[in-house]
Design a binder for this molecule. Sequence first.
Ligand code: V47
Length: 357
Amino acid sequence: MFAEIKRKIRDGERISEQDALYLFNSDELHQIGELADEVSRKINLNRAYFIINRHINPTNICVNRCRFCAFSRSKGEEGAYEMTQEEVLASIREAWQSMGYLTEVHIVSALHPEWQFEHYLEMIKAIKEEFPNIGIKAFTAVEIDYFAKKSGMDIDDILIELKEAGLDIMPGGGAEIFKPDVRNIICPEKISGERWLEIVKVAHSLGIKTNATMLYGHVESYEDRVDHLLRLRKLQDETGGFLAFIPLSYQSENTQIKVAYPSGIDDLKTIAISRLVLDNIPHIKSYWIMLGEKLAQLALLFGADCLEGTIIEEKIAHSAGARSKKGNTVEELVHLIREAGKIPVERDSFYNVLRIF
Ligand code: V47
């Protein structure tokens, strides 16, 4: 079976649902990884990317209380916070000063009960006005749906206004696992997987590139993961709008779903199979925040080609017990990539090359 999968991949044929399931159930990690690395090198040569960016979460006050999330709070609850627009701008100024410059901000908020769509629009406008050259990656499909519901506007109009205000691309969060029975357990209040895909499709049709994620290692089965990957592959065939896929390794501390965290083997296998299934998505991110720096480095030999970025202050995974640092230096990211035998490449939000080390 593995030989046949290898033949398909080498002949440029797609692997099927059964093939992907076989790989998840297989113990042939080295072979799967080697094949994924081969594919990765075909797409991205011997490069591994990173970006000088800052993550900002303007609030953690959320009307949805997903059971896997340790970051969100209800209004008035201990630990709930809201940043002012000025605090958001100040955090970018600070990041710019400490890093020398910043290429991107990644903004993911929560579904705040009172903030209106205009608040987010003003945020993007103010950032673009002060930092016209910084790429803005902001708001998941879940937030876009919430803005539309709150304002009574259509998804198209929300996205058009955000784009005009300066939004460059959208992050891939909120996808979790698309299968409804899993979603009903882990995030019953969240929009459906279908709706997530629908909103992303609209974004792509308006020329807004997005990423996609998959949260794995909680209650889902391998079948659910394969279903998730195949739905993304199908949408990408239609739109070509996904830039990167990021498998998110579940962190369970302080959450309502307590399970043993995914093992390193599972993490590497998931990265590798993602690379093999998603033959039409150019980049696979090894998210060092959730994998830990050292496993994320190893994943660069298992099909991943991007370490995301410097991040500076990560909150979502760290609320749930992530053991990695909250941010990283360019020197350390370059070191991790070099020691993996890859060429470190600094990129912008669209994967244009800024610097080759
Ligand atoms: O949407 C929440 C996930 C996501 C937990 O697009 C958790 O470039 C693990 O989407 N354990 C936010 N994961 C992070 C995200 C992301 C990160 C980096 C880059 C990009 C990109 C996107 O984190 C959420 C949710 O799916 N999440 N809680 C948890 N306990």
